[in-house]
Write a new protein. Structure first.
Length: 491
């Protein structure tokens, strides 16, 4: 038995031995060591180029309605915005509360659908149709729906536009909730108080953007009068429609024509009167006892057609336009005053506005004001850095290049172009030129718009007992007002 096992073992080893003998020693090669990327230095970062985006297809429906179609192949949803370029100034002669409410309540119900029916239909089809509060010279109605349910979405959009209902029950609720909000909720919220006081302190009462809210006007919000106002708005001026999604003109021509064919009127867009801002610095303080305070600073900025707009956008990005901005690095990271701060430049048609905002403890308000002024002074003296310009350009290009990602990203960009009456090619050219703006130019723009000679509006919401002394040391007369005055502009 042992002999047989030994013989079997020998036979099993024989092929391996034979194979080993058949392989010449000189043919044996060593395995090459794998090579990886060169990590001896940082890889070069190449700036992305802004993509060339197609201009919208333009189609006319009659002589008052223009459709701007942006086909985006493969996106899930379709977004449609219907915009009329008439508003409260055109129907009421002034921004009244009922005038604004006509747009705000437009999407609540229709002649054939109550609020519950609209809510159920929207939930079943992932559908959203909503309107905006009627503006000075504009009002919009929006629809978002998956492509597969486009027909359902268009049907509700048309019903909302053509047959809005203002149920008495809903208008009563609106009056009640609005009164409660502005009397109690808004009057106790730091951010809302700061926002309202800033707006009223910046725009004069005789400018449409400075129109004060009057709670007595709430009783004028009546269903029949809202319907009349809404009807006037949608028949008084030109209408633009923006369609973004995986659709063709053949998909939407018939329903849009039926929806809009007899609406609108030929004419030009209207704009609110221009306003250049304050000529003298001002501090408005709202007495709100507590440990926290809201601090806001507003200055004038370049309007949408000003030659400084793009350079100012670079300055704003460096100042407070991102998490690692100068304001955040100072007020949050270095001083520990806040969880976050920021700035925003709004270059509108009527006004250019530069806003800075931060919430801090009451005892840090004066110091925060000083640090904000220090950051403005640094920009006015030296401008932004090359690194800040590069970061701003990369962020802007990234946003631009994501335009075709979804219907929402497409709608956001093209609606901005439509609002500014700018082509995609013109916007791309401006974007591509940002990296060529010299640092000296950013210094000039910062010095002109943010320098010590620029009028400042400081708004502080906090405890007067703790703030009166520190604010008085700023050298500007302080106007103390109550929360009620801040909310409704009674100052």
């Amino acid at each position: 038995m042992i002999t047989l096992l030994s013989l079997s073992f020998a036979l099993a080893q024989e092929p391996a031995e034979a194979t080993a003998e058949a392989t010449p020693a000189e043919e044996t090669t060593e395995a090459e060591a794998p090579t990886g990327p060169d990590r001896s230095q940082r890889p070069a970062v190449e700036l992305a180029e802004p993509l060339e985006l197609a201009e919208p297809e333009v189609h006319a429906i009659g002589d008052a309605v223009t459709v701007h179609l942006v086909p985006l192949e493969g996106v899930r949803k379709v977004e449609i915005a219907v915009m009329t370029w008439r508003g409260t100034l055109d129907v009421d002669g002034w921004p009244t509360w009922p005038g604004r409410a006509a747009g705000e309540l437009m999407d609540v119900a229709t002649d054939s659908r109550d609020p519950e029916a609209i809510e159920l239909l929207s939930a079943m089809h992932d559908l959203s149709v909503f309107s905006t509060s009627t503006g000075v010279h504009d009002q919009s109605l929006y629809m978002e729906v998956p492509r597969v349910d486009l027909e359902v979405g268009l049907d509700l959009l048309a019903d909302t536009l053509r047959n809005p209902a203002y149920p008495g029950k809903e208008t009563k609720r609106y009056r009640r909730e609005s009164a409660f909000y502005w009397q109690y909720i808004a009057a106790s919220d730091l951010g809302t108080l700061a926002s309202q006081a800033r707006s009223y302190a910046w725009f004069p009462e005789d400018h449409p953007y400075g129109a004060r809210r009057d709670l007595a006007e709430l009783k004028l919000i009546k269903p029949s009068e809202l319907s009349e106002r809404n009807d006037k708005v949608w028949h008084a001026g030109p209408i633009d429609v923006l369609v973004v999604g995986d659709v063709t003109w053949a998909d939407v021509e018939a329903p849009l024509t039926a929806m809009l064919g007899d609406l609108g009127a030929p004419g030009e867009r209207k704009y609110a009167p221009s306003y250049d801002g304050l000529t003298e610095s001002r501090i408005v303080a709202v007495d709100m006892p507590g440990e926290q305070a809201a601090l806001r600073l507003r200055m004038a900025g370049p309007r949408f057609d000003h030659a400084d707009r793009d350079t100012a956008k670079l300055v704003d990005f460096a100042l407070g336009g991102h998490f690692l901005s100068r304001l955040n690095s100072n007020l949050r990271e270095d001083k520990g005053f806040t969880y976050g701060s920021g700035s925003r430049l709004s270059s509108g048609r009527s006004a250019g506005i530069w806003d800075i905002g931060v919430d801090v403890k009451v005892e840090n308000v004066a110091a925060a004001m000083t640090e904000i002024e220090n950051e403005l002074a640094k920009l006015a003296e030296s401008g932004v850095t090359e690194g800040e310009i590069g970061a701003a350009v990369r962020e802007r290009v990234q946003g631009w290049n994501r335009t075709r990602l979804t219907a929402s990203t497409g709608s956001n960009l093209y609606s901005g172009l439509l609002d500014d009456e700018e082509t995609a090619a013109e916007a791309r050219e401006r974007l591509a030129s940002l990296s060529e703006i010299p640092i000296a130019e950013t210094q000039r723009v910062a010095a002109e718009w943010l320098g010590t000679d620029a009028a400042r509006l400081w708004v502080v919401v906090g405890d007067r007992a703790q703030l009166e002394g520190p604010l008085a040391e700023k050298g500007i007369a302080v106007e103390w007002i109550t929360p009620e005055e801040a909310v409704l502009g009674g100052f």
